[in-house]
Design a protein around this ligand. Structure first.
Ligand SMILES: Cc1cc2nc3c(=O)[nH]c(=O)nc-3n(C[C@H](O)[C@H](O)[C@H](O)COP(=O)(O)OP(=O)(O)OC[C@H]3O[C@@H](n4cnc5c(N)ncnc54)[C@H](O)[C@@H]3O)c2cc1C
Length: 457
């Protein structure tokens, strides 16, 4: 294996022994040595193509590493697999301010991209807690969502062009800066959200936006789910399409994220049923006044119990820091199980109440944190437990997933399927959809080398 790669990769691009085992498959598992036959770190597309061409011919299984922040076991590997890490392909190739596009290699870290385009007074709106580690290739491969989907869409709606290396080493490149292109099948869509099972993303051209001049945020305490939905409609209507965030936290989540183990004090007192973190971004000089007025009306109409607004950039960081610090919840749990449910927003209140109630009755379950991107119909559950048996995991999965088929929801809103959710795919996709997914996999990766065992068998 190593001999072939030594022909075209430099020594520092091929890792084995301790250099390999000192790495890990996930940023949250620093103690777990990486399992793999070898790891390679290509520096350009041609090298990725040569690596995959050889693996295809030799039926060598491959696992792709981006920033290793996925929450579905997407970067797990075994001792026989070859790992391709895209971390060396981390150049921002072009920021085209006039076309409002950026072209990147896939190993560029999200936060670095955000900061680079900010220098040009432009915005790449994708934003989530793992922005300091997640790479654009991994983000595109998982079609990540995050905190501003309601306004700007998922990753899919931000990708204009892609360069992808297929399993057999063929390079498919279309890095056009155009929004509209109906010249037959939109091939890039195949790879967005394919979790590395159909090809390796090496470059991308992405959409940028003018940066709104004003950003306003507020925490709002609400005491009924009907009012949560009414508040969403009210704020969205009042802010004329500029509402960019509407995050919800159930009480246990809010108390933990602002409690003694957190770096953040609580902006609102404890005791409300729901805590909403709302954000609006716009360029109207009256933007803040408009937001204040909309929140005042919400209080007057009894949609909200209490409101606190962020009035400085330090306060924005405080409010959003609370929402982004998922690790504080994870640290509370001896073992944890993560969920990423999609449902029509009006159905979430009842669904969450029933699931939390059922889970709380199980003695080995210690925590049930519920929070998420409510305007997108997406909530996350972090279930803490004192037992890591497969039986309990399965029982929890059934409680969370079982109602979703009837409610026309999804077992994954934004994190993907990976290995963790594969057994439950039938709750979201019907047999003919799964058969078509297998046909695509067979056509694009006939030797079944890419991210084996992820999403489908
Ligand atoms: C604290 C925290 C908060 C998070 N919040 C959110 C959130 O709000 N919204 C959200 O959607 N996700 C969220 N996530 C999940 C995660 O950040 C995303 O899934 C992210 O998009 C993964 O990017 P990555 O570079 O870390 O990819 P990795 O974890 O390295 O890989 C993800 C998958 O893509 C494959 N892959 C990686 N790079 C490539 C490539 N170049 N070509 C093809 N396949 C590739 C991998 O094999 C794997 O299957 C969060 C994670 C954490 C830890």
């Amino acid at each position: 294996l190593k001999k072939y790669f030594e022909q075209f990769l430099k020594p520092h691009q091929i890792l084995d022994g301790e250099a390999l085992t000192s790495r890990t498959h996930h940023i949250w598992e620093p103690e777990q040595p990486l399992k793999a036959a070898l790891m390679v770190l290509p520096e350009n597309t041609d090298q990725v193509s040569k690596i995959l061409g050889w693996c295809h011919q030799n039926k060598q299984a491959v696992v792709i590493h981006g920033g290793r922040t996925n929450l579905v076991g997407g970067t797990e590997s075994d001792d026989h697999e070859l790992i391709i890490s895209l971390e060396q392909m981390n150049t921002i190739l072009e920021i085209d301010a006039a076309s409002r596009t950026v072209t990147v290699e896939s190993g560029v870290i999200l936060q670095n991209l955000q900061e680079a385009v900010q220098q040009e007074k432009l915005l790449f709106p994708l934003n989530f807690g793992a922005k300091g580690s997640a790479q654009l290739g991994g983000i595109i491969a998982t079609n990540a969502g995050g905190l501003r989907v309601f306004r700007y869409g998922m990753t899919r709606s931000l990708v204009l062009g892609l360069e992808v290396v297929l399993a057999d080493g063929t390079v498919i490149s279309s890095l056009k800066k155009i929004i509209k292109d109906n010249s037959g099948y939109d091939l890039k869509q195949l790879f967005i959200g394919s979790e590395g099972t159909l090809g390796v993303i090496t470059k991308a051209t992405l959409r940028l936006f003018e940066t709104p001049k004003f950003r306003v945020s507020a925490f709002v305490g609400v005491n009924s789910y009907t009012n949560v939905i009414s508040l969403l409609k009210h704020l969205d209507g009042s802010m004329g399409g500029t509402l960019s965030g509407f995050e919800v936290m159930w009480p246990m989540t809010y108390q933990t994220l602002t409690g003694p183990s957190s770096r953040h004090a609580p902006p609102l007192p404890y005791g409300f049923e729901y805590y909403l973190l709302c954000e609006s971004m716009g360029s109207d000089p009256n933007h803040q006044a408009l937001f204040e007025e909309a929140l005042d009306q919400a209080l007057n109409q009894s949609l909200a119990e209490e409101v606190v607004m962020a009035t400085s950039s330090a306060e924005h960081d405080w409010f959003w820091g609370i929402r982004e610090e998922v690790d504080v919840m994870v640290d509370k749990c001896m073992y944890d199980q993560h969920f990423d449910i999609s449902l029509a927003p009006v159905l979430i209140g009842d669904y969450a109440q029933k699931v939390i109630r059922t889970l709380s009755k199980i003695e080995l379950i210690t925590h049930c944190f519920c929070f998420g991107h409510l305007a997108d119909g997406n909530i996350h559950l972090v279930v803490g437990k004192s037992d890591n048996s497969a039986g309990l995991s399965h029982q929890i999965n059934e409680i969370v997933y079982q109602p979703l088929k009837e409610l026309q929801g999804s077992i994954s809103a934004e994190h993907g399927i990976g290995t963790h959710k594969k057994a439950y795919l039938q709750h979201s996709k019907n047999p003919s959809e799964i058969a078509l997914m297998k046909t695509l996999k067979q056509a694009l990766d006939p030797n079944y080398i890419l991210n084996r065992g992820k999403i489908i068998d």
